[in-house]
Design a protein around this ligand. Structure first.
Ligand code: AKG
Length: 278
């Protein structure tokens, strides 16, 4: 299993990430990682571990086919996910794009859409949902299966992390605990003809990844393929300017970190240091 990214990240990649708020990096993870994590995903999807935090979106929304499964903070109880967060190239990829000297893990999240899953991931930003603030936070969304428009490729709005928008959190299973008075995020899929919007989306192979800023608008349609599942792990990392901000209607962090509001999240138990510049 490769510890370092299989391909170099260039200055042009860093600039593109800064400008667009999302970038697709090809072929960064070897097949051993993909096989290991596909096995781990299958195992955790039906786990009844006390720390498992499954969201069964299809069931919650009354869907009748497929399965949209989400699980978070899996690294806290599964050794393969722990290795993924700590030892895979994810942390170095995050460091390169944030140009950080050190990187802490925020959390990991599994997204599986089985064939014929109708449920979309509504357009959203990540930060409104998180008890965190700052510019140096990002997600590394790694495809564990091939991904195409048919089986729920992610879509992004280029540059939307700089629009000054902070929309209400949107949870795929419509969990009422995240209701807020913030502006509701529109369904940007209905604005494809708007010449002011630049949509980004990529066909991906297993081992490719997308890295996105926490304010970049993104979402995905359902998986309309009758045969091809779409499985991915999105791992979130933080650099120097991340600040703990436990606002109302934000996600609980497994382990309940001890950090002063407004402080850098240096609780090693919940937010381990996973990468440091040599
Ligand atoms: O995989 C998806 O459909 C959603 C992923 C996502 O929203 C994220 O990684 O922040």
């Amino acid at each position: 299993m490769n510890r370092r990214p299989l391909n170099a990240i260039s200055a042009a990649d860093v600039a593109q990430f800064r400008d667009d708020g999302a970038i697709c990096l090809r072929g960064m993870f070897d097949q051993d990682w993909i096989d290991r994590m596909l096995g781990a995903v299958d195992r955790v999807m039906d786990s009844t571990h006390a720390l498992a935090r499954p969201r069964e979106v299809t069931r919650a929304l009354g869907g009748t086919s497929g399965r949209y499964h989400i699980n978070t903070f899996v690294w806290c109880w599964d050794d393969d996910f722990r290795a993924w967060c700590m030892e895979s190239p994810c942390a170095e990829i995050a460091a390169s794009l944030m140009q950080a000297d050190s990187v802490r893990l925020f959390y990991d999240q599994v997204f599986v859409k089985e064939p014929l899953t109708q449920e979309m991931t509504d357009w959203h930003q990540d930060l409104p949902f998180w008890p965190m603030m700052g510019e140096d936070i990002l997600s590394v969304w790694v495809a564990l299966t091939p991904v195409s428009h048919e089986n729920s490729a992610l879509e992004y709005l280029a540059g939307s992390h700089r629009w000054g928008k902070f929309y209400a959190a949107s949870i795929p299973d419509k969990d009422p605990n995240f209701k807020s008075t913030l502006e509701t995020c529109p369904n940007y899929s209905l604005q494809r003809d708007n010449p002011d919007l630049r949509f980004l989306s990529w066909q991906m192979n297993a081992g490719d990844c997308i890295v996105h800023h926490p304010l970049t608008l993104h979402g995905s349609e359902g998986n309309f393929s009758p045969t091809r599942r779409r499985a991915a792990i999105s791992t979130r990392y933080m650099g120097a300017d991340a600040r703990w901000d436990p606002r109302p209607a934000t996600m609980r962090v497994t382990g309940d970190p001890v950090v002063q509001p407004g402080a850098y999240p240096d609780d090693d138990r919940c937010f381990p240091l996973v990468w440091q510049r040599q």
